[in-house]
Design a protein around this ligand. Sequence first.
Ligand code: GLC
Length: 561
Amino acid sequence: MRSARTTRPVSDRGRLADAQWWRQAVVYQIYPRSFADSDGNGLGDLAGVISRIPYLASLGIDAVWLSPFYPSALADGGYDVDDYRDVDPRLGTLADFDEMTARLHARRIKVIVDIVPNHTSNRHAWFRAALAAPKGSPARNRYIFRDGLGPDGAQPPSDWASMFGGPVWTRVPDGQWYLHLFTTEQPDLNWDNREVRDDFLKTLRFWSDRGVDGFRVDVAHGLAKNLAEPLASLPVGGDITDGSLPPGTHPLWDRDEVHDIYAEWRQVFNEYDPPRAGVAEAWVHPSRRPKYASPDGLGQAFNFDLLEANWNAGEFLRVITDNLADAQRQGSSMTWVLSNHDVVRHATRYGLPPEEHRGHPNARNWLLSGGTSLRLERGLGLRRARAAVLLVLALPGSAYLYQGEELGLHEVPDIPFDLVQDPAYARSQGAEKGRDGCRVPLPWTSGGPSFGFGAGPAHLPQPAWFGAVSVQAQDRDPASTLTLYRQALGWRHKLQTAESMDWMPGTNGQVLHFARPGGWRCVTNFGPGPVPLPNGTVILTSVPFEGSQLPADTTAWLLST
Ligand code: GLC
């Protein structure tokens, strides 16, 4: 077995550097079923990823994170896992996975896989065993089964709502109910059960032994639950970040006990050289994030504050300042995320009217209307997205990019309702269109049956405008968004230094200007009018301009002279 738990002869300094690779890495998220389809079945696959490694290398990224590629009925885009230690046959084999990892490593690209510990799929061998076993059996105790309320137990054990709408409880034929925070097809595991914990340690070793460098931990804040009866009603909304419950007291989310689980995971990570990395997807109050990112825990946690922020200097300033302070407190590095597979793409968000509430309600309503309820300023959104990514890539810490953002892709709002795949649409009874619009397969070429994604049509319909923004259309265009990403990542590699920054004079309600050690500076004008460009040698700008004024919605990178 390659890359097993062995000690390699590296110097202490080298080892330290290697162990810390994730701190300032640029990680590119691949949503495998929508990346590249090698066999023409409409679904992206691992051979498709392998075929695009030259492209990934040309971007200059440090790592890829693959969303789930495990066997799955795709009730939730693969986040319903049938088997944690295998590859979906439609996506390939374990041998393909090994080949992909080896080839990525040969190009110095690390591999992060997604682990989904809160729930299995309802097709997982354990859940099938639980259904076949009687009430009170060890097989049921791997999940969360309860008797219902009322004389015949026909009422669910509590009135809790699931994340995608509908109740969190589903009844099985013998009358018991099981808990699922997400869809019916995603039964929650019982993390009080030692067998569940041990099985995940086995999964972490399974992939680590295959050379995986790190893990993105899905719904990391959900595993520990307090289900002591009676199961009281929860505050309306009950959002753990909305302050309606004191931090740490929600029965389902972000409980202190969850960190015991990650302390065990950390021990497994540290069996390897370099230690495997972890990044938590934890939608928690900012004050609670450091624990997930602690060196004794997963090591890093996504900070989604920037993904929630409007294109506004004040909001960006606050998020960056808070993030810096957090990072200093927790000893982790900062994480920056503008888009992922769960949210409306940021080029689109920045071209719609600003949001007044978290969760992008404007953008989601616009999606539901098929892209008609609000006017999308496509050009402006893209211009801001280009300015935003230069700002983010100049910040200390690691940046997580989502596939297609390097093409400046906009969200696809007009997927016909009968082709929608996201369970959020059906479970919310049509109140949400869901997340398919950012998961439409990538356009690689300007024409062809699925714009080069595969030999046949893609599993989600691609709009006609994809051709003009394809990789082929942008590859050699010096003004394209793809070229901008490549240039930015190239410069970043050369200029990256210690994880610190200083705000520069000129930072105000319209302009953010900061310096990194070594003379690298970044200045962004959030608009509305031009501002004087600070002194220095301009090395990269988000859009071309001439003269000494920095236009609105533009970022420039400078070197101090
Ligand atoms: C995470 C994933 C999301 C998925 C959910 C349930 O939030 O990012 O795509 O639907 O977990 O697994």
